[in-house]
Design a binder for this molecule. Structure first.
Ligand SMILES: [Zn+2]
Length: 171
């Protein structure tokens, strides 16, 4: 990309450089949800149309964006900016769990929906946060695992199929 810009699009390189510099100067973390924002509190957290009793915990701002694009959720968020990974030196402090605990204790939040990844780190993080928030008297739920929409059993990996059977529900 750098070679392409230098050879064919120097004005584009200038614009990209300016945009990156501005982002570094202006973008910070929202005081409430910890996602990226240009203001102290982001537009999503300020919105009066969101349900403040629900707090969805995700690993990254990209995960928050995916949740928003799915248009299935009207509550608020907390972005961890990672997941617990002791071997990499990422502990509760690095993923801001002290701030999450304070955020969830605002007296409005009733339920925390844990939407961390279904990786070893994501599962460990969900377990840890579950214990933490349940101790604060908050209802804790985990997003479900299962087959993809439109998916066919014969094309699904055995781990996903096994989880789908374990987490079956009545209809
Ligand atoms: Zn926010």
């Amino acid at each position: 990309m750098a070679y392409h810009l230098l050879q064919r699009d120097k004005p584009g390189a200038q614009r990209l450089g300016d945009a990156l510099r501005l982002a570094l100067e202006r973008i910070r973390h929202c005081e409430k949800c910890n996602s990226y924002a240009e203001e102290a509190v982001c537009a999503l957290c300020r919105s009066s149309r969101r349900d403040g009793t629900l707090l969805c915990v995700v690993e990254t701002p990209a995960d928050l964006l995916m949740m928003e694009q799915a248009q299935c959720y009207q509550g608020l968020y907390f972005v961890l900016m990672g997941a617990l990974s002791p071997l990499d030196g990422v502990g509760p402090r690095e993923i801001h769990l002290d701030r999450l605990a304070r955020r969830a204790a605002d007296g409005v939040v009733r339920e925390a929906i844990l939407a961390t990844n279904f990786t070893v780190e994501g599962e460990a993080t969900a377990h840890y946060i579950g214990e933490l928030l349940r101790a604060q008297g908050i209802r804790v739920s985990r997003i479900a695992r299962g087959l993809p929409v439109g998916g066919e059993l014969e094309h699904v990996d055995s781990g996903t199929l096994a989880q789908a059977v374990l987490e079956r529900r009545n209809i």
